[in-house]
Design a protein around this ligand. Structure first.
Ligand code: PLP
Length: 296
């Protein structure tokens, strides 16, 4: 089955999907994005993702390319046309196409919208979660406004590559005081010896992860104690459990930090509980009910 992408108003074969060379996303990283998880035929937490997109757009004074409700429908449509049951929907909005010049282009420049979707291997993810993954810690080299989900991800790319080169799944970004901020593309969590969940407050310095927010809801529903505060690399290494959250990895146990095992080196019980209960507490919108699947 061939993949379909949505590009500025048209559903096109993924292979021939194109944007203009003077798209400001391409030239300046002048754009924002969202990644939504699709799990068991449902897009998870679409409302929260569209809320965050709205905030990212308004922080950068980029307009909505289409109405919010229309984008919600396009996301379902792209997932359905690509027959995604488990996978990801990617949404990118840039300031649009204009002659290369740093200041904003004229007000009538239309923001550009691309939506793609792809399937992921559910069984492979489940197997990974059974084993847990390793992370390395690296200095954070990003700009101050990491609360905006921009497509300018070069420090994140370099950190993730460093992790891969070290045989780890993720790089945890650490500030000058030795506090873990978040991962290159995930939020970072630990469970203390007292069984308390800890993750950094999402006021500044980290992305306000959607999976993080739903994990907080899930923890509350499970009656787990949680506190939003920074934790050091040392505290993480001595923690009872550690894990990371993101739309691409959901709740993923972290069992090694800088090569050393966390506790006994196996996924912890609280992490397992959170992962197990997460789907039930996420907002779910069916992909199967879309027009494309009803009228193949
Ligand atoms: N932190 C960063 C830097 C990210 O890039 C991401 C996701 O891409 C996350 C955290 C996790 O956010 P979410 O749960 O919304 O996927």
């Amino acid at each position: 089955m061939s993949r379909i992408a949505y590009v500025n108003g048209r559903y096109v074969p993924h292979q021939s999907a194109r944007v203009h060379v003077e798209d400001r996303g391409y030239q300046f990283s002048d754009g924002v994005y969202e990644v939504c998880e699709v799990s068991d035929g449902y897009i998870l937490d679409r409302t929260r993702h569209l809320e965050r997109l709205d905030r990212s757009l308004s922080e950068l004074a980029i307009g909505w390319p289409v109405e919010r409700e229309a984008l919600g429908r396009i996301m379902i449509e792209v997932a359905a046309r690509n027959r995604v049951r488990d996978g990801l929907v990617y949404v990118q909005v840039t300031r649009g196409v204009a002659r290369r010049d740093h200041p904003f282009p004229s007000a009538d420049t239309r923001p550009a919208l691309v939506v793609t979707a792809r399937s992921t291997d559910r069984a492979a993810f489940a197997a990974k979660a059974e084993e847990g993954v390793g992370v390395i810690t690296v200095p954070d080299t990003r700009w101050d406004r990491v609360d905006i989900k921009t497509i300018g991800l070069l420090p994140n790319v370099l950190a993730r590559q460093q992790a891969r080169d070290a045989g780890a799944a993720e790089a945890w970004l650490v500030d000058e005081d030795g506090i873990v901020l978040e991962g290159a593309a995930t939020n970072a969590w630990i469970v203390t010896g007292e069984g308390e969940l800890v993750t950094r407050p999402a006021v500044s310095g980290i992305l306000r992860g959607i999976t993080r927010a739903t994990a907080i809801d899930t923890a509350a529903a499970l009656g787990l104690t949680m506190v939003e505060r920074g934790f050091t690399v040392g505290e993480a290494k001595a923690a009872r459990e550690a894990f990371m959250t993101s739309a691409t990895s959901q709740v993923m146990p972290v069992v090694r930090i800088d090569g050393a095992p966390v506790a006994n080196g196996y996924p912890g019980e609280i992490t397992r509980q959170l992962r197990g209960a997460f789907f039930a507490h996420a907002e779910k919108i069916a992909v199967r009910g879309s027009l494309a699947l009803e009228k193949p």
